[in-house]
Ligand binder design. Sequence first.
Ligand code: RP5
Length: 306
Amino acid sequence: MCNFVLLWQFVFLNQLKLNFCHQSISCSMKNTIVPFLHQTCRNAIYPRSNGVKRFTVPDNLVNWMEKYTEYKPEFYESSSLVGAPYADPAIDDTNFHPIWNSIDGKIDRTSFHGEYEIRDKYPLNVAGRTGVAGRGLLGRWGVNHAADPIVTKWKRSNDGTIVKHTTSGRNIVQMVAIQRRDTLEWAIPGGMVDAGEKATATLKREFIEEAMNSNKVQEIDRFFEKNGTEIYSGYVDDPRNTDNAWIETTAFNFHDDTGDTLKDIKFEAGDDAGSVRWLDLDRNIELYANHHDIVSKVAERLNAHW
Ligand code: RP5
């Protein structure tokens, strides 16, 4: 099954490369491809960096294959990473011997987009230039794996009937969204995969930590076990990405079709979340990073309003 999914992804991504080669970033000698142009991690001040300005990267120079001789991005690495248990050592640390593009002990350094290049010791972002070198706020050099649980139910009126959208006539689906404390944007309640952890375990752990504050854990455990469907695995256009460190996620949809399982669960903002709420899905919602594109796949899967 797993091999089948990987084969399908390979065929699908290569098909995208053929169909949308003007938009996709086929980075190189190595066989990496991200089927969209990253935006959020370009041409701005790097988050929480005290003003580190990203080097300007025009659309046509995102691709590493394009020559950009003037390109001299600032190197930035947050001091919060020094000695942090979730972080790699500095790239020059004599005890640091990463095995790139591999499962390196407990750390998954593989990319969903194929083999990435290592240039002068540094892994190169699979989606191209970002305007900042180093790893910024991200703990791992290269791929930083995350997991995103998209918990959904149908919007219902007080008498229990499903609410349809007045224009599209389709059922409205709602997801549990959190408001991130760092950017105040609404987001999927996802988080980073810990060393040695499976992404499927991260989905549940992060959802409980961020949206439930640990109530009704057993109910959510059972719900997650029975209802998960993978809807996306790949690059996240996260504002923290750099030339040498980036986020890739595995996103699952957990849908409560009858609404019975989730109705008794009280959602409460945990750890990194300022607030939590049911959010109606619609193409006009604004979400963190490229979560908008990721949740659009849920609406499509459920044939819901978008
Ligand atoms: C996004 O950041 C991922 O999609 C995931 O939702 C999140 C993980 O980072 P933290 O919430 O742990 O900061 O790129």
